[in-house]
Design a protein around this ligand. Structure first.
Ligand code: DAH
Length: 348
């Protein structure tokens, strides 16, 4: 179609292109828009490109030269203007990003949550510290235990009704998951001679589950053997322990009980931490809570361990760590310890 334009028309169309181009560039808002403008004028099918093709249709050499000069002028204007506009758009873009992407260093950061010791582990540590400060050593024993150590050597023969006190996981007829930490007493006595003053903390297992029982829980066993150990020693050590753990003002009482491995046996109660002894649902209106089993070591247990019961005497005790923790922090469901809810665990 350009071929049909007269040289005069071609000249004036170049001026139109220049005017249109200037107003297009003026309105370019971003680099993508500018690219479109560049294509519109100097692309393969661009307006200026079309004029260049029309150059050959001019027959008069002087006119041809004049038009060629003018073409070059417009082409240079277009190229320079686009270059300049591109530069200023890039500047603007940088400016805008500096403003919108700036970092406010005064904003509060995202904090990382730190883990902490499990409440059972914390309380276990406290119990150990108290006994270590009284000169007790710490001993360890297997969780998969022989029936012999878990029951027989503690004066609980097979088929004895006392076995009903503990619901047991049997691995085989002779092997059980230990139901208490008391077997460590026997293992230590077999290895060592008195005087003995040890505690044995660890996991124990019972086929049992409700708000106050889990199939796995923790106990701390205690054993002191020497010549001339009496019930007063038992009372003195356990009272000191309870006052250190629950506080000096906590009332303590010893109540007669039965365990096959101690004689006499006593259960240790503390004044109810929930109602301060007035009587409530937790203490079943008695004002007292049971916290420990204890007693003087049964001479039969000494005999089976190879100690002379005429020469030595001693006391033993056992407590549940979950129970101690529940009483110390007034927690009413043992299962909370094992649900791993951080909202619960973070409170300790
Ligand atoms: N082993 C007992 C239990 O799990 C607790 C216990 C009571 C341990 C009296 C003792 C003790 O050493 O003398 O129920």
């Amino acid at each position: 179609m350009d071929e049909r334009l007269s040289p005069d028309q071609l000249f004036s169309s170049l001026s139109q292109i220049e005017t249109e181009f200037r107003s297009d560039v003026e309105g370019a808002a971003d680099l993508a828009g500018l690219q479109q403008i560049k294509t519109k004028y100097t692309g393969k099918k661009g307006l200026l490109t079309a004029r260049m093709k029309a150059l050959s249709s001019i027959t008069d050499p002087a006119q041809k030269k004049e038009f060629g000069k003018r073409l070059n002028e417009v082409k240079n204007i277009i190229e320079e203007t686009i270059k300049g506009k591109e530069l200023s758009l890039r500047e603007g873009e940088k400016e805008r990003r500096l403003l919108t992407e700036k970092i406010d260093v005064t904003l509060p950061g995202k904090s990382t949550q730190f883990g902490r010791r499990h409440p059972i582990n914390q309380v276990l540590g406290e119990i150990k510290d108290i006994f270590v400060s009284m000169g007790f050593g710490i001993e360890d024993g297997p969780e998969v235990e022989l029936d012999h150590y878990n029951f027989e050597a503690l004066n609980i023969p097979k088929d004895h009704p006392a076995r009903d006190m503990q619901d047991t996981f049997y691995v085989s007829d002779d092997v059980v998951l230990r139901t208490h930490t008391s077997p460590v007493q026997v293992r230590v006595m077999e290895k060592r001679q008195p005087p003995l003053k040890i505690i044995a903390p660890g996991k124990v297992y019972r086929c049992d589950a409700d708000v106050s029982h889990t199939a796995m829980f923790h106990q701390v066993e205690g054993l002191m053997v020497d010549t001339g150990i009496s019930f007063s020693d038992l009372k003195g050590v356990l009272e000191l322990f309870i006052h250190s753990f629950f506080g000096k003002e906590t009332p303590v009482r010893f109540r007669p009980s039965y365990f096959p491995f101690t004689e006499p046996s006593a259960e240790v109660d503390i004044g109810c931490v929930f109602c301060k002894g007035k009587g409530c649902r937790v203490c079943k209106t008695t004002g007292w809570l049971e916290v420990l089993g204890s007693g003087l070591v049964n001479p039969r247990v000494f005999e089976m361990a190879g100690y002379d019961p005429d020469k030595y005497s001693g006391f033993a005790f056992g407590m549940g760590v979950e129970r101690m923790t529940m009483l110390k922090y007034a927690i009413d469901d043992i299962r909370l310890f094992y649900e791993n809810d951080v909202r619960f665990l973070r409170q300790f």
